[in-house]
Ligand binder design. Structure first.
Ligand SMILES: *[C@@H]1O[C@H](CO)[C@@H](O)[C@H](O)[C@H]1NC(C)=O
Ligand SMILES: *[C@@H]1O[C@H](CO)[C@@H](O)[C@H](O)[C@H]1NC(C)=O
Length: 497
């Protein structure tokens, strides 16, 4: 039921114009205008009210800015700018901007403007759906993620100690416009956050922040000028792994001939938490597993895969890792892997997993004779503490001769850095297989459920080529064996002489 709904959605997507032609999309993004190096957004808006929510509940930061914006210029305005430092821009991902008064409207286009790369301030430009008239107001919701956001404090510790992280930000939301009223809320993973910056309060409140359960609130603040910064640092318990995937290569290989879709994922994973202050002690570790199993070490990763997944494997630099469990039935497919040793801060763990699935779970034909593939963009581990991905390279390897490749994904476009169609040659391929290669950066596991839909066509001649090649090459082997056999015979007989 559910898959057919997904596919009918995919088909309706296909008939709409929202599919991006893979070859043209990279040129599209590079054609955006480059601004002069002296660029500075004009003060054409004011934020009449703003709420900034910073979540440090996971091992990446998720921020949310909800603002009522007002056009204070004399002409209609359609571009709202949000400032970041250049360091933040390199770690920024998953930007989505919505009209808070119209949840059905598609997200606004948000992209980092290209101007002076040396400048310490960079801007995200948010394109409003319709220009805002002078004096008019609009409510926008901006969501984004920041990776590599924390520093452990202490930076080194013993394996049985509890990890604490710090995060720094401004109590005033970043803005290039004046803000009349605002507050900043910080959400923690637990109510244990022993240290945080305190500020004098206003009105009835003598001191900021106010603490409530696992939340801190700075403000409400009165009028704050554009560009104002009020540095805050918080320190909180985070006795869980700070899992960082520096690079994920995900291959999705479609074989019509074999009726199979093969998945393989290669991870370059790091723990970005506190380093060990002394050598890892396995005996102590094994004892602590009984009486104090709560640890900041990474012991296990769980990959919920699509129902119908089979033949899962897990290897690391040494080879097959037997400490994995794979459960696949009609209701679920779950791969659970345990690295050979628990991973502590500063440690790196590269590994590979893979599995197969029946092509009918992912590929449908269209009435016009084309094909539509629908796969998750990411299928990485699902951990309560979260997982962040710095670089993702997704390769969708289509059958030989596939052409007219188009794709659509609900992954925020700000995180997609390129998409190209290339030719991928493997054993027995004559003309090479068509591969769609999408590169993305700064994603988090919140995007696990986002799909990638790829449409393509396979001309009849191309779809016949593979069986033909196998037939011809089998024949060639027979001929060769026969020829070698004959030669051998001659050789033997000549030797006898
Ligand atoms: C690794 O495991 C797979 C499947 O479990 C098996 O087919 C393969 O032969 C193993 N390889 C090695 C080197 O043990
Ligand atoms: C932690 O370990 C990593 C990797 O070995 C190293 O690069 C880093 O400097 C260490 N940090 C501290 C604070 O010792």
């Amino acid at each position: 039921m559910k898959t057919s709904a997904v596919f009918s959605a995919a088909l309706s997507l296909l008939s709409s114009l929202s599919l991006v032609s893979a070859a043209s999309s990279s040129s599209e993004s590079s054609s955006s205008t480059i601004l002069p190096s002296t660029f500075k957004p004009a003060p054409v808006f004011k934020n009449t009210n703003l709420v900034h929510i910073i979540s440090v509940e996971k091992n990446f930061v998720k921020e949310n800015i909800n603002a009522v914006i007002e056009n204070v210029a004399k002409t209609p305005q359609n571009a709202y700018y949000l400032p970041f430092t250049s360091d933040q821009i390199s770690r920024l991902g998953g930007v989505e901007v919505k009209d808070r008064k119209d949840s059905s409207a598609p997200p606004f286009v948000a992209e980092v403007v290209e101007f002076d790369k040396e400048s310490d301030v960079q801007y995200l430009r948010i394109q409003l759906a319709k220009p805002l008239a002078p004096g008019a107001q609009q409510t926008i919701g901006i969501t984004y993620y920041l990776l590599k956001a924390y520093s452990p404090l202490p930076a080194t510790m013993k394996q049985e100690e509890t990890q604490f992280l710090t995060y720094s930000f401004s109590a005033y939301a970043p803005s290039v416009y004046n803000t009349l009223k605002q507050k900043t809320e910080v959400k923690f993973p637990s109510s244990n956050f022993p240290d945080y910056t305190k500020l004098p309060g206003t009105g009835d409140i003598t001191e900021f922040p106010q603490k409530q359960g696992s939340k801190l609130t700075y403000g409400p603040f009165g009028e704050v000028a554009a560009g104002s910064v009020q540095p805050i640092t918080v320190r909180f318990e985070f006795n869980k792994p700070v899992t960082h995937v520096a690079r994920l290569e995900r291959d999705v290989e479609v074989s019509h001939w074999g009726g199979n879709v093969a998945f393989e994922e290669r991870y370059e994973l790091y723990h970005r938490g506190a380093n060990l202050s002394s050598l890892f002690n396995r005996v102590k570790w094994q004892q602590s597993q009984y009486y104090q199993p709560n640890t900041y070490a990474l012991k296990e990763l769980k990959f919920p895969l699509r129902v119908g997944s089979a033949d899962a494997y897990y290897t690391d630099v040494i080879g097959n890792v037997s400490t994995s469990r794979f459960r696949s039935n009609k209701r679920e497919a779950l791969l659970e892997i345990k690295p050979r040793y628990p991973l502590f801060g500063g440690w790196k763990y590269p590994f590979t997993i893979g599995w197969n699935s029946d092509a009918k779970n992912f590929v449908r034909t269209t009435p016009a004779g084309g094909y539509v593939l629908s796969v998750p963009f990411l299928e990485g581990p699902k951990q309560i503490e979260g997982v962040e991905y710095e670089q993702v390279e997704l390769r969708v390897i289509l059958p030989e001769g596939a052409e007219n490749v188009k794709y659509h994904t609900s992954i925020p476009s700000q995180s997609i850095t390129s998409a190209n169609v290339e030719i991928h040659k493997t054993f027995l391929d004559t003309i090479g297989r068509t591969a769609l290669i999408i590169k993305a950066r700064n994603l988090v596991d919140d995007f696990r459920d986002r799909d990638l839909v790829v449409s393509y066509e396979v001309p009849l001649a191309a779809s016949l080529r593979k069986p033909l090649v196998i037939f011809v090459s089998t024949l060639a082997v027979f001929v060769a064996v026969w020829a070698v056999g004959t030669l051998d015979l001659n050789f033997a007989s000549s030797k006898k002489k």
